[in-house]
Design a protein around this ligand. Sequence first.
Ligand code: ADP
Ligand code: MG
Length: 229
Amino acid sequence: VSKRVMRAEKMEVVSHLASSISHEVRNPLTTVRGFMQMMLHADLPEHKRNQYLTTSIDEVDRATEIIRDYLTFAKPSPENEETLNLKQELERTLQIITPLANMNGVKVETNLEDVYIKGEEQFLQQCLVNITKNCIEAMPEKGKLSIVTKTERDKVLLKISDNGKGMTEDQLLRLGEPYFTTKGREGTGLGMMVSMKIIESMNGKLNVTSRLNEGTRFLIELPIVEENG
Ligand code: ADP
Ligand code: MG
């Protein structure tokens, strides 16, 4: 199963998202506030207090996840483009995701070239972290995350692949749809939407291939620029 992502209708949705995101964040905050108010009562039994605290921590984590996945759109994109060394950027991404990879027993393999692209570092990082994080999350037990770049004339192909649970045809079709997640309360369903938007903004292309129970491959094509370009 393969999919080329450049769907205009998906991008249109993005402009309507800001208000619904703030709503999404407000929900957990309201819950936490309610629990804190209940905890003000001095005669609250210990087990109730613990239950309220646990739920509150979960809710705060959820708000953080939503903000993290959505970060790009919280900040209107100014013209902060610069020339970026893709290899250095990927090494930075690896630093960020290594703790998560270790926690999941995921091995990371890389083969990276020094190649230059144009983009905003913060956005590129967000995109790379979202995609690699999804790969790691798809490999609950001992997987392999592979990150390879290959230069071809005026573009670079960045291949990020996992040997995790993969996606069904329907899941692949819905990838990037706002709030589409198979992770229940653990997921936001915003990461891929944001990542696709970022790749598009860099004049890049994304091609995703997936096989259920075998793995998923993200092929990102980006235009190359001169080192001092
Ligand atoms: P979230 O990670 O919060 O669920 P995303 O937008 O990042 O939201 O991803 C949406 C969904 O796409 C995931 O819930 C998962 O079902 C699917 N997905 C994304 N990447 C992968 C992958 N590498 N392997 C398998 N499924 C994936
Ligand atoms: Mg995700």
